[in-house]
Ligand binder design. Structure first.
Ligand code: NAP
Length: 292
């Protein structure tokens, strides 16, 4: 935490778990922070720490040159912001609400129609990490808003890449990152369930899963190179062998009465890739079975 030598005025709209973390990080950095939430009663601890609670969303917007919104989805953020275009004029609007690229494009078109300076963002870390050196937040859209407020936005996280002027870019990165995350979480919980079905406590196998986690960084980097180059060298571990491996896990899970739907989906994709002639290639070649 570094207290800012040049405190800014910042507004945070939305005081869910993430909005409260964002407002708290701005306060930590010494910025004058105004907060507003649709429902009353949230953010008392922020007010106790010096945040100003606005009586209305409009009052919150008018309080600061930098307005940060973080609510459940873009429909909610537009419900809040649509009546406030006059108040938003001349301010930087930073929407850190996570949603699909198409919905962010719609929000950007709305902002453009009202000549608003609109920066879209996507928070890639849990609330505990917000404000710290590991916090990654993607930004895209208004470069001028980003440049003007980068120093203040860094109160939320040190790692704040600006991806480009297309507003939906941050959401597109967000969706790909979440695709990986939720797929991994589903696999993790299923693995614990499968171990449990053989009377192995999750805590017994957890330390060994570290081996899988540790091989992932080079796999991520290598698979990215292979997919971009459309080159799928399967000499060390080929897809036909790994498809048989998926089948073993599937049968082990089915034999214990566990849900196998995500394993069937994985196998359907790898079977399709093998049928397309990728049996001797690497797992990266399954990307060819994902693309229509
Ligand atoms: N929490 C995390 O770890 C995390 C991590 C990365 C990204 N994010 C993203 O951060 C955003 C907020 O998440 P959160 O954890 O803060 O969610 P949350 O705790 O469920 O809070 C949701 C917020 O949205 C507001 N809201 C919902 N519908 C609304 C509407 N129609 N009009 C006005 N306000 C509305 C809620 O207001 P009320 O209090 O009035 O219901 C509340 O402030 C999401 O886009 C999420 O994907 C969260």
């Amino acid at each position: 935490m570094t207290t800012h030598t040049n405190p800014a005025t910042v507004t945070v709209i939305g005081l869910g778990a993430m909005g409260r973390a964002l407002a708290g990080a701005f306060l930590d950095a010494g910025h004058r922070t105004t907060v507003w939430n649709r429902s009353p009663g949230k953010g008392e601890e922020l007010v106790a720490r010096g945040a100003v609670r606005a009586a209305s969303a409009e009052e919150a917007v008018r309080a600061s040159e930098l307005v940060v919104v973080c609510v459940v989805d873009h429909e909610a953020s537009r419900q809040i912001l649509a009546p406030l275009t006059d108040a938003l004029a001349g301010r930087a609007l930073v929407d850190l609400t996570s949603d699909t690229p198409d919905r962010v494009r719609a929000s950007a078109a709305w902002a453009e129609a009202h000549s608003l300076d609109y920066l879209a963002g996507a928070i890639m870390v849990p609330i505990e990490v917000v404000g710290g050196p590991e916090a990654l937040i993607f930004y895209s859209g208004s470069r001028s808003a980003y440049d003007r407020h980068e120093a203040v936005l860094k109160a939320l996280g040190a790692n704040v890449p600006f991806l480009g002027p297309e507003h939906a870019l941050a959401a597109a990165y967000d969706m790909a990152m979440l695709d990986f995350f939720y797929g991994s979480m589903a696999g993790l919980v299923h693995a614990f369930a499968l171990a449990g079905a053989e009377s192995i406590p999750a805590a017994a196998i957890a330390p060994y899963l570290r081996t899988i986690v540790d091989i992932l960084p080079p796999i991520v980097a290598g698979t990215a190179v292979d997919i971009d180059a459309k080159r799928y060298d399967g000499a060390g571990a080929n897809l036909a062998m790994m498809t048989a491996g998926v089948d073993h896990v599937l049968h082990a899970a089915a034999g214990r009465g566990l849900d196998t739907s995500h394993l069937e989906a994985i196998k359907a994709v790898s079977d399709r890739a093998v049928a397309k002639g990728h049996g001797a290639d690497s797992w990266a070649s399954t990307v060819e079975a994902l693309r229509g």
